[in-house]
Design a binder for this molecule. Structure first.
Ligand SMILES: [Fe+2]
Ligand SMILES: [Fe+2]
Length: 151
């Protein structure tokens, strides 16, 4: 089992986002460790890759739903960023059955680096919006943050 590598600097104080970010980064780390360590059977590596890909897809979908339901003004640009990463992920997903296991390791590194930059950039902006809206009692965001995502 790989240690939890989710740093405090990545905590955005939106529990749903923090939980999913932690999960994605931990999946990426596990995959990278498996590939660089060697010796893990190919089907197990593929399973780790699938977990990583699923966690990325699920997280983007839930974050985008949160952006829409909270009326976030930066939603369109943020979704474009998500799409850029997903395009890379789909490429690797297609190649993996034909290619080498290293392609999974490369994706894991890429996702780790990309996620850190993305969390500290667009995700942090969105989290500030949510937390600010909740603080000022903006009904839509307050209902979303306090009611659904902080339970
Ligand atoms: Fe995001
Ligand atoms: Fe995110």
């Amino acid at each position: 089992m790989t240690p939890d590598v989710f740093g405090i600097e990545l905590v955005l104080l939106v529990p749903q986002m923090d939980r999913e970010h932690r999960e994605m980064i931990n999946h990426a780390q596990s995959l990278r460790a498996a590939v660089t360590g060697g010796g893990m059977p190919r089907d197990e590596v593929q399973l780790l890759l699938k977990k990583l890909i699923d966690s990325v897809k699920n997280h983007f979908a839930s974050e985008e739903e949160l952006m829409l339901s909270s009326g976030y003004h930066g939603c369109t640009a943020h979704r474009k960023e998500h799409k850029r990463l997903l395009d890379q992920v789909y490429l690797v997903e297609k190649e993996l059955p034909l290619g080498t296991i290293q392609v999974g390791g490369a994706l894991a590194c890429f996702v780790e680096v990309w996620m850190r930059q993305h969390i500290l950039g667009p995700d942090k902006q969105f989290a500030l919006f949510l937390n600010e809206a909740a603080r000022h009692g903006v009904v839509k965001a307050k209902a979303t943050v306090a009611g659904r995502f902080r339970s």
